[in-house]
Design a binder for this molecule. Sequence first.
Ligand code: TXA
Ligand code: MG
Length: 322
Amino acid sequence: MAIFEPTKENISKAAEHIQNGNLVSFATETVYGLGANALDPTACEKIFIAKERPHYDPLIVHVADVSMVSLVAAKFPEKAQQAAEAFWPGSLTMVLPKKDVISDSITANMPTVAVRVPDHPVAKALLEASERPVAAPSANPFGYLSPTTALHVEEQLGEKIPMILDGGECDCGVESTIVDFTVEPPQLLRFGGISKEQLEEVLGSIDLGKPVLERPLAPGQLASHYSPNTRLEIISPDDVPLIEAGQKVGLLTSGKDASFKVDMIESVSVDNDLEEAAHNLFSALHRLDDAKLDLIYAHSFPEEGIGRAIMDRLRKAAIKLK
Ligand code: TXA
Ligand code: MG
């Protein structure tokens, strides 16, 4: 078992692991991260190996506070500073011009680096004790559901990492929003914990950019992500799930209506609250995926606020390449 309570002693031990070039998984407010010293390319390589992550997928670099941005980024444009003021610490990742100390393997050979100040006491304590920027993708095997509890990490990657710092269930439950500040207007590359509406209140209008993983690096490569092993299909909340004879079916939904005749129902928010739905999304998908069903139906969510991040994850989860 690699799960550790975030005591002072364990935070120090975890920081030593980071300083010695080892991996540590830790809680953030979005999802659990799999961290390594961002200034040590050999340590970061261990992330790619543990996750079986392809090198064309760059890593997010986490820092303890805004003053550490200058360690990794060559420029911090005015709009990015405004966003930092409004949303950090928090679930916003900024793409900025990179400094040479950040190796090309972290950024997939791009001249930019993705930076975030997380809003979780465990992440903050680890970053402060490590005294280094920490590169950390979500702590799941590449392409699989993201982890929102320490147990998710233990089950997926526990044998490959010395320590998982338990910070409870992640509050937000979906990954950070990624915004590219190297262009004007800034471009939103991934929907996440901070909504487009919230960003636009502070920054004015922003464009929807093409995320790195959706650029056609090789045909058919990467539409699939956040994916359970079980087939998943999105249906409208007005649709009754269609079940073939003998099929074992689960349903991801929200609201109180439990009258659907399926083998398993996960309601991510009985009150139809989108923030609560995001918080519970991956845990519910993990449980459905563990239940050995033939098919998971997911009711769609309104595409507003954090609902856009939920729908982004569900759409990618619904695409199976295998
Ligand atoms: O909430 C989060 O962001 C979590 C926690 C651990 O902080 N991390 C996370 O990392 O979601 P990951 O690896 O699952 O997603 C990182 C994504 C990449 O897939 C890529 O799309 C984008 O960040 N990214 C990283 N560097 C980039 C860059 N220089 N330019 C554009 N996109 C970048
Ligand atoms: Mg991920």
